[in-house]
Ligand binder design. Structure first.
Ligand code: SF4
Length: 84
């Protein structure tokens, strides 16, 4: 017996207070991130799980680490006890 659950959508959060509109994420994952106007970043909050690699690349490329990704195969975040 196999139990395969459908791929969960990713959850994506960009801290727009950190974002400096460098645009690295737009180059890394143009189907997920885009600019609206000169400097206003728009993005897909729940991109398809198949886009995980692109989104991970975008998060890694962000110079201010404003992109947080969770969902799909990510472990659940621990509550409390972790130093930030
Ligand atoms: S790469 Fe980071 S700083 Fe640049 S636009 Fe994307 S989220 Fe903002």
């Amino acid at each position: 017996m196999t139990t395969q659950s459908p791929p969960q959508p990713l959850r994506l959060v960009v801290d727009l207070n950190l974002c400096q509109s460098y645009g690295q994420c737009v180059y890394a994952a143009p189907t997920v991130f885009r600019f609206h106007g000169e400097e206003s970043l728009e993005y897909d909050y729940a991109p398809d799980a198949g886009l995980r690699r692109e989104v991970e690349r975008a998060a890694a490329a962000c110079p201010v680490q404003a992109i947080t990704l969770s969902g799909a195969t990510e472990p659940a975040p621990t509550v409390g006890g972790a130093d930030r």
